[in-house]
Design a protein around this ligand. Structure first.
Ligand SMILES: CC(C)(COP(=O)(O)OP(=O)(O)OC[C@H]1O[C@@H](n2cnc3c(N)ncnc32)[C@H](O)[C@@H]1OP(=O)(O)O)[C@@H](O)C(=O)NCCC(=O)NCCS
Length: 364
């Protein structure tokens, strides 16, 4: 935790804060250590003097010198962090389902759903998050207090008694899913909303079981869920997918700090032979490299000289956004942030492809 104090101001509080810690980030081959950043704040009395910039650039340099290849954060405003090389790399979608219209389809989940108390809910969420985290690209390690907050167990929780919890058990009785939810007030039953606070599952069947539980809940008209993956299965489970409104939004932002290390720490689909130059306004990760991967061997990266011709040029934000496969480099090429030989852009873009949508399932 970093606090910045103004010696001329007669107040005991810091005028700016930032926090950071090491956490595992799920990549296509397990996880890598990530420098997570949160709590960026500058007092209203001290804004627009460059204090946030000093703190964030300090964080990035500290992370780089500590050997981290990637930094990450979640944001309240999407306009602040692009200038430091961060870009959305793990988007999510918000669901709103008109339950009367949606109607459950033919799939019959085998898992059964039972209620749990809030303390058990927090334990179930923690256990399932940890055991399934490496199935969700871009997800990170969580901490007990996050689950206590979601389960309404912390003192600042506004209406803890309204938070309910269920767990899904497979036919052998194993814990395979957990869900925190509230039922919002409404003028009548049709306007009441079943709000999913958190949903985590170890199997597709458990996910279907918990969705069905929500969609078939009596006396509510709408089910909402935040932080769902882009490849969420729900539209395939209902009879009328137009009953579902999906809103896609940025969620997990990444910032590569060390290009060769970050690329070497996730498998790339090969063969690959691209000479790439990466520009970095903070001067942390810029450089030019030959990226070479022949069949069966890992990635070999060799620096190339400044004057040498490269196939592809891009900024560090574009590469960070494409790191988990959520965005293709061609999309950045269309807006001029990736330039060069089209075939080589496609080659590198294909190498970064992943078979699942990234899914950062919590705020941090
Ligand atoms: C957002 C916040 C941290 C910025 O702090 P600050 O010290 O005023 O920022 P700086 O003076 O260092 O500005 C750095 C750059 O960010 C820009 N910036 C600052 N606040 C911004 C905002 N809210 N939206 C867009 N850009 C912003 C500045 O224009 C400046 O741009 P430039 O260097 O490219 O010219 C501060 O206003 C704050 O604490 N806000 C409330 C809490 C918050 O929103 N935290 C962010 C959590 S994700």
């Amino acid at each position: 935790m970093v606090g910045i104090y103004d010696e001329t101001a007669p107040q005991p509080f810091p005028i700016a804060t930032v926090m950071s810690w090491e956490t595992p980030l799920t990549t296509p081959a397990g996880h890598i250590p990530m420098w997570a950043i949160t709590g960026v704040s500058v007092a209203a009395s001290h804004r627009r003097r460059g204090i946030a910039r000093i703190m964030l650039e300090g964080e990035l340099h500290a992370a780089k010198s500590a050997g981290f290849a990637v930094a990450g954060l979640t944001v309240t405003e999407a306009t602040i962090y692009g200038r430091y090389g961060f870009m959305p790399a793990a988007p999510i979608q918000r669901y709103s389902v008109d339950t009367r219209r949606a109607a459950w389809g033919p799939y019959e989940p085998a898992a059964r759903v039972v209620f749990v108390d809030r303390a058990q809910l927090a334990r179930d969420l923690a256990e399932l998050h940890e055991s399934t985290r490496e199935d969700r690209l871009g997800d990170i390690g969580a901490w007990d207090r996050r689950w206590q907050q979601i389960a309404g167990l912390t003192p600042e929780s506004e209406k803890p008694r309204e938070i309910r919890g269920v767990r899904a058990l497979d036919p052998e009785g194993r814990l395979v899913g957990a869900m925190a939810f509230t039922i919002g007030e409404g003028a009548d039953h049709a306007s009441r909303v079943f709000q999913i606070g958190h949903l985590v599952t170890a199997t597709n069947d458990a996910r279907a079981a918990l969705w069905r539980f929500a969609l078939s809940y009596d006396l509510v008209g709408t089910v909402t869920a935040e932080l769902q993956p882009l490849d969420e299965m729900l539209p395939l489970l209902v009879r009328d997918r137009r009953a579902i409104t999906q809103t896609v939004r940025d969620h997990g932002w990444l910032r590569i700090l060390d290009v060769p290390e970050a690329l070497a720490r996730r498998p790339l689909a090969g063969p690959l032979g691209v000479r790439v130059r990466v520009a970095d306004p903070q001067g942390i990760a810029d450089g030019a490299w030959t990226l070479l991967q022949l069949g069966g061997e890992g990635l070999q990266t060799a620096p190339i000289d400044d004057g040498e011709r490269v196939h592809v040029e891009m900024d560090i934000g574009a590469l960070s956004a494409a790191y988990l496969g959520a965005v293709r480099l061609e999309e950045f090429a269309a807006v001029g942030r990736v330039r060069g030989d089209h075939a080589k852009i496609r080659e590198l873009s294909n190498a970064l492809r992943t078979d699942r949508s990234p899914h950062l399932s919590i705020w941090y």
